[in-house]
Each structure stands twice: as C-alpha cells, then as structure tokens.
Ligand binder design. Structure first.
Ligand code: FA5
Length: 333
C-alpha cells in the first residue's frame, strides 16, 4: 500500500459522492466507501501489515480522507434533500388565489352563517323602508360609546355595560349605539340608518349571553316622529323576519339616550326574550350630534341580532353561534 493508493481512493471516492443523483445513490456510495466492506475500511484494515514508519504517515492520510468524505457526504445529502423538497414543491404547487370551480364549490356546499343570512335579510328589509346601511368601528372612543349618548363618566348605566379597554384609553364598543353618534355627526337630517355589527361586553356567559355578540342599530330622524312610527317599524321588521305576527310585549325601559324608552320582548321557547330595546332619541344626543332638537326628533332601536337569529332558527344556546363548529354551521346551509 502506498500514498498513491490513498490518493487514488480520494479522487474516485469524492467523485462518486459528487455523482450521486439521489439520496439512495448517496447511501450506496457511502456504504461502498465506509461500510464494513467499503474501500476505505479495507485500507484501514490493511494498515496493520504496513511498515510502521509508513503506517503512521498513511494512517494520518486515511483519517484525513475519512474526515473529508464525511463532510462531502453530508454536504451532498443537504443539497439532494433541498432539491427533493424543491421538486415536491414544484410538483404539488397550487394557486390558492384561483377562483374555486363552481362545480367544486357546489359539491362542498359552503354556505352563509345564520348570522350573516339574517343580517342581510334585515338590511334588505330596511333598504326597502328607505334606510341606509352604515358601519362603525369596533374599537371605539369613550365619547362615541358613552359620553355623546348621554352617559357621562359617573353615570351608573356604565356599570351595566362593562367592556374591554385598550391601553390607549379606547374600548371595544358595548353596543352599536355608538354608530348613532357617528351618523349624527356625519349626516344631515332627515335620515334613516341601520348599522349591524359586533359588540363586546365583559359578561357572565350563559345560553343567552356572549362576550361577543351582534346587534343592529336603527335610527330615524325627521320632523314629528312619534312612538307610533317606532312601533310600526318594529312590527314590520319582526313580521318580515318571522314571516308572520309574533307574540311580543312592550314595556318601559331605561336608556339614557332615549326618552321615553322601551323594551320589546319576544316570546321564545316558553319565555320572554329581551330582544329589541328602543325609544325616542333623547334631545341631548341630537345636540351632541349638532342637530337642533327643537326642529328634529326621531326614534332609535338596538336589535339583539344574535338573539334574533336564535329565535328565528330555534337555537337553544347563543354560544353555538361563534363556536366555529362546522356540525352546527352546516345545519343552516
Ligand atoms: C343596548 O345595547 C342599547 N344600546 C339598545 C338601544 C338602542 C336602546 C337604541 C335604545 C335605543 P341592551 O344592553 O339591552 O341595550 O342590549 C340590546 C340587546 O342586545 C339586548 O336586548 C339583547 O338582545 C342583546 N344583548 C345584550 N347583551 C348581550 C349579550 N351579552 N349577549 C347576547 N346578546 C346581548
């Protein structure tokens, strides 16, 4: 055995590692070089019979070669693995931005959430009654959610609507009534708006109370609006949604932003469900919105949209609505 033998092996072995085109070929090459019967292993074994002086020199050369080979094999393995991944990515690439083929979409039967369905129906009904659908932010100012609705800082009504506050002093709106304020600031009377949206409260949760739920605000500002107008619109709304007259009751209710104020309840599963608080807009709220309350007045309501969906579809627990459970959602397709 000579230095040339080791040098020859270096050339051929490094070339065979480089030539491996797949992980399997690389494993074979490794076995042929470093396995039990591999060429390098044989050389190591043969060192025993070599003259001690030469053995020392050859031994160090062979060890050096072994180190080089290990490094080369590792490098090649990384290159091959990443090429394999690239190929798989290339092969399995899909364009997620392409529109779904209508036949596939139908086969999977995606559908609208019951909340979305009822919200859209309500929007349609109210558009037909001359209302505009408007929107407002979920993260609100204290001013729009409370102050301009005649609920000053010290007012006990704030306790009934505890919520989540941001560190910069804003809050997650507790009701869609904040959109009354924004609409009064932006629009000129006469005006009719409805504003569906998500609300948030720090609540004790049960079958009819969620921390995140939907309401739909409505407001009409005009001249000489009466409680009669209010009741007419509320009845029309419920008749259209339920497809017939519903058993309802109207009782006095207190909200600082209406005067007089009412609670409209609906009979649902053997009990009264609080659904539709309403009333005539308090003159102070109009003034906060820059509207002359001696010329204009109006009504407002805050429909509990999540609860309306419950009674419409006989859903016994409000928590199903946002559970994300497809077994629930698929029942309404
Ligand atoms: C309000 O939020 C008033 N802003 C409503 C209003 C608007 C009154 C305009 C007058 C004029 P209240 O807190 O009662 O009122 O909530 C209104 C409706 O939202 C309730 O009747 C109920 O149906 C629904 N609601 C309230 N809290 C929850 C909750 N935690 N989970 C589900 N629905 C709720």
């Amino acid at each position: 055995m000579t230095k040339e033998t080791v040098e020859d092996l270096r050339r051929t072995s490094l070339a065979s590692v480089e030539a491996a085109a797949t992980i399997e070929e690389l494993d074979n090459a490794r076995r042929e070089l470093l396995g039990k019967k591999g060429s390098l292993t044989q050389i190591l074994k043969g060192l025993g019979g070599v003259d001690p002086e030469l053995r020392k020199e050859l031994g160090s050369l062979v060890n050096q070669l072994k180190g080089e080979l290990d490094g080369a094999i590792e490098l090649r393995r990384k290159a091959l693995s990443s090429a394999k991944l690239d190929q798989a990515l290339e092969r399995e690439w899909i364009d997620v931005s392409l529109p779904v083929h209508s036949r596939i979409a139908l086969a999977d039967n995606g559908g609208l959430h019951p909340l979305t369905r009822v919200q859209r129906e309500l929007e349609h009904i109210f558009r037909g009654l001359g209302f505009t659908v408007v929107d407002g932010p979920e993260v609100e100012t204290d001013y729009c959610n409370f102050e301009a609705l005649n609920i000053p800082d010290t007012h006990p009504a704030r306790d009934m609507q505890d919520t989540f506050f941001t560190t910069c002093g804003h809050l997650l709106r507790t009701h869609t009534s904040s959109i009354q304020v924004r609409s009064l600031q932006r629009m000129k009377p006469p005006l009719r708006i409805v504003a569906p949206g998500r609300c948030f409260r720090y609540e004790r949760l049960d079958a009819s109370h969620e921390h995140t739920f939907y309401q739909m605000e409505g407001m009409m500002i005009d001249r000489h609006v009466t409680v009669g107008h209010l009741i007419y619109f509320m009845r029309t709304l419920l008749r259209e949604i339920f497809g017939g007259e519903q058993k309802i009751r109207l009782r006095p209710g207190y909200f600082p932003f209406v005067e007089p104020g009412f609670e409209l309840d609906i009979w649902f599963q053997g009990r009264w469900l609080e659904l539709l608080p309403c009333g005539l807009v308090h003159p102070k709220v109009l003034e906060f919105g820059g509207i002359d309350s001696s010329e204009w007045n109006g009504f407002a309501f805050g429909l509990g949209l999540s609860r309306l969906v419950m009674s419409r579809f006989q859903i016994d627990d409000i928590r199903h609505l946002q559970s994300g459970d497809l077994r629930f959602a698929k029942q309404f397709r």
